[in-house]
Design a binder for this molecule. Structure first.
Ligand SMILES: C[C@H](O)[C@H](O)[C@@H](O)C(=O)CO
Ligand code: MN
Length: 417
């Protein structure tokens, strides 16, 4: 049976419930996923004085063929994008600056150091997001950046974050698409602190100084990313969820929820509706924690589907800025991007195909039997037939056909590196 034939039969089943496939497709096409560049080179970046990856973050695996130059990374991203339906954004870190062989420290970075990325984004009809890099640097060696007791170090990182927001603003201006500049810092302590408040006061003051710099919010929006624990900050992280949720609410910034940054049984899907009651927008780093914040490639598991459902059933497709954040160096990195991003888009389509109004009504009526029965039965509705058709309509390979293309790219390009 062809993709078209399967689609026709599947469409009938969904339309029985009043679901408009065409409307679902139109909504889905409008959702940009922010695809993280750092899966392509194991968060190495292109600084002239490239540093070892350090500062509460690590990548495992050594699959051959990783990108080592901006041109290679952009080529690999183009390959992945050719296998992913829709128009998306690429999420950059400051360490991906191109300074033409000149040593430029992070507090001196400027928009011009990302001109090649902007030119490439224009050629490929992409948006760009940004992140200051507050790790893998001598001034982050003791694991303290914006909260460091040494004011000189704090000022260096404050300046870096201000410059980063200006780079985000430059992206927004050049590409006509608001950029998200997200701040994550590794600051915390390996063991039990004697003072949790002072570092948090310093973080608040540092952020106040960073956000006092004048940046056009229509071009760049700011997010702050919380974490529960990290490597070397097992006992205490300054930028906890409570800290950033409070800071973001009070200062009209976006709180960024990384799905790997909570207790193992705590799910981000359950936070979205509550936070959107008090904030116009929020941001996500969709990842997959296995036992801890392991940053595994995103799979279509229950939590990913629940995130898709919460975004769709709360009419929040334009309120939640969906970013991905995983880095697996044990598999082909182009395949990793393709698997994770296609799964994120699948989870949104899955949610768009449910009769969400009817399901809400069942809950309102206290009909929890039908609610459970239908939520379970829809898990085995022919969603795959709709997804395959969507891929073909968007001119990307359906089913696992994309894998052949990755294998050919590996043979012709990656294996030659
Ligand atoms: C590279 C990113 O800034 C990093 O993964 C951050 O978003 C994070 O989640 C750290 O645990
Ligand atoms: Mn993250």
């Amino acid at each position: 049976m062809s993709v078209q034939d399967n689609f026709k039969r599947a469409k009938e089943q969904y339309e029985k419930w009043g679901v408009s496939i065409e409307e679902a497709f139109e909504q889905l096409k409008r959702v940009p996923i922010s695809i993280h560049c750092w899966q392509g080179d194991d968060i190495g970046g292109f600084e002239v004085n490239q540093q070892e990856l350090s500062g509460g973050i690590d990548v495992t695996g050594n699959y051959p063929g990783k990108a080592t130059t901006p041109e290679q990374l952009r080529s690999d991203l183009e390959k992945a994008l050719s296998l992913i339906p829709g128009k998306h954004k690429i999420n950059l870190h400051a360490i991906y600056a191109e300074t033409e062989g000149e040593v430029v420290d992070r507090d001196q970075l400027e928009p011009k150091h990302f001109e090649n990325w902007v030119k490439w984004a224009k050629e490929n009809d992409l948006g760009l997001d940004f992140n200051p890099t507050l790790f893998s640097h001598p001034k982050a060696e003791d694991g303290l950046t914006l909260t460091n007791p040494d004011k000189e170090i704090r000022d260096f990182w404050i300046k870096h974050c201000i410059q980063s927001r200006k780079i985000g603003e430059y992206f927004g201006k050049e590409l006509g698409q608001q950029a998200l500049t997200n701040i994550w810092i590794p600051d915390g302590y390996k063991d039990i602190p004697s003072d949790r408040l002072t570092p948090r006061k310093r973080l608040k003051d540092s952020l106040d100084e960073i956000f006092a710099a004048d940046v056009d919010e229509s071009l760049n929006v700011d997010a702050v990313e919380s974490k529960l624990f990290g490597i070397g900050s097992e006992a205490y992280v300054v930028g906890s969820h409570e800290f950033y949720m409070g800071y973001a609410l009070k200062n009209n910034k976006l709180c960024l929820l990384d799905t790997g940054h909570y207790h193992p049984t705590e799910v981000v899907s359950n936070k979205i509706s509550a936070m959107l009651l008090f904030s116009d927008q929020l941001a996500l780093h969709v990842s997959r924690p296995v036992r801890w914040d392991s940053d595994h490639v995103v799979i279509l598991d229950d939590e990913l589907r629940e995130i898709g459902l919460e975004i769709v059933r709360n009419d929040a497709l334009d309120k939640v800025m969906i970013g991905l954040d995983f880095f697996d160096a044990s598999i082909n990195r182009v395949a990793a991007w393709t698997i994770g991003t296609r799964n994120m888009i699948k989870s949104l389509l899955y949610a768009l195909l449910l009769p969400n109004t009817h399901l809400k009504q069942l809950q309102e009526e206290g009909n929890f039997t039908d609610r459970l029965a239908l939520l379970e039965e829809f898990k085995t509705y022919p969603f795959g037939a709709i997804w395959d058709y969507y891929c073909e309509q968007m001119e990307v390979p359906a089913q696992e056909k994309w894998l052949d293309e990755v294998k050919s790219y590996e043979k012709e390009v990656l294996s030659q590196r």
